[in-house]
Unconditional design. Sequence first.
Length: 409
Amino acid sequence: MKNLLKLALKLVTKLVIKRYDPYIIAITGTVGKTSTKEAMVAVLSDKFNTRGSAGNLNTEFGAPLVFLKQGKAGESYLEWASILLKGVSLLVFRDKDYPEIIVSEIAADKPGDIEYLCSVIKPHISVITAVGEVPVHVEFYNSVEEVAKEKAKLAFAAKDNVFLCFDDPLVREMGEGITFGFEKEADVYIHSFEHTQKGVSFAISHNKKDHRFHLPLIGKPAAYSFAAAFAVASYLGLEDISSDNIFSPPGRMSLLEGIKETMIIDGSYNAAPASVFSALECLEDFPAKRRLAVLGDMLELGEHSLDQHRKVGERARSVCDIVISVGELSREMNSDYHFQRSEDVASFLPDVIKKGDVVLVKGSQSIRTEKVVYSIMKYPQKAEKLLVRQTSYWRKKDEQKEAEKKTYR
């Protein structure tokens, strides 16, 4: 049934693309895919009817959904049947509001993913964000270079042009294209970067002109994402590029108010070594009385796992007043406090934080560190909008987990 569903989804998606002929921008990378997609949609929407894939729908089953104008994957075969029927309706009845530009996030969790998705979605523009020294999912490849080789397939698939993060050597070597980054040699050069109480400020130099931007986000990854969007928008002919509609997707280094007049840097969506080191750099630069970090396991690192957790722990201890680790692998961080589950941290942390603290929360998806964020956020009633994994699917998973615990007891 799963293979049949995959085939049907591929067929309907290809037919819809052929009928409406949208301009397709595909984004891949180890870190920054979703933030870059959101920045791209925000910038391009000023001139074009633009739609981006919802959340992190970037797999062989998730990536096609944006072309069917769907924002949620099916949780049963009945729901998938409904999604396919809606796709068929786009073929039968012409949708006058179908997007001119579609921005699709593409995953490369295992070898062959990019090649398959490019057989469904043939992009006009490809954007490669970063690979990093030890990317997530590396356990499914023989080396980091193989991860880069897989992601490079998206660059080769572009009909018009490719946009590459110049600062990542593995990405820079993927071929000719328009580059963006903090190094002066980049075509779209980011400089004069600084944190403010309301986010980040930086300049972009392009075609011998400087442009200044302020974003309600934190960290250099925000600048990278916006620079990629700026580069694509310039290529497509936009002259007055605005950052007014930029915001941070939930769990991707979003800045939230916490209890006791604290601030939370919410990176709970996922974690890989490159993104955690970047998050710790953000925390180090952010004004605070005390800096705390709650760091969960970084999964799918294969043979690099123990070494990378130790290195993250060392860096965290150099930045933070208090380091709290969550999970089994994170024991290697040599933190001040260690817990097995995010729920345990959620019970512990509210009593520990003080006025003026800034708390970074980051971990791989299955560690569920958003539960830690929920325990200290000032407005928990807004959790469904501000936090990741708040859908009925995740609630059901939590309920099933609790039921299994009770049965075991």
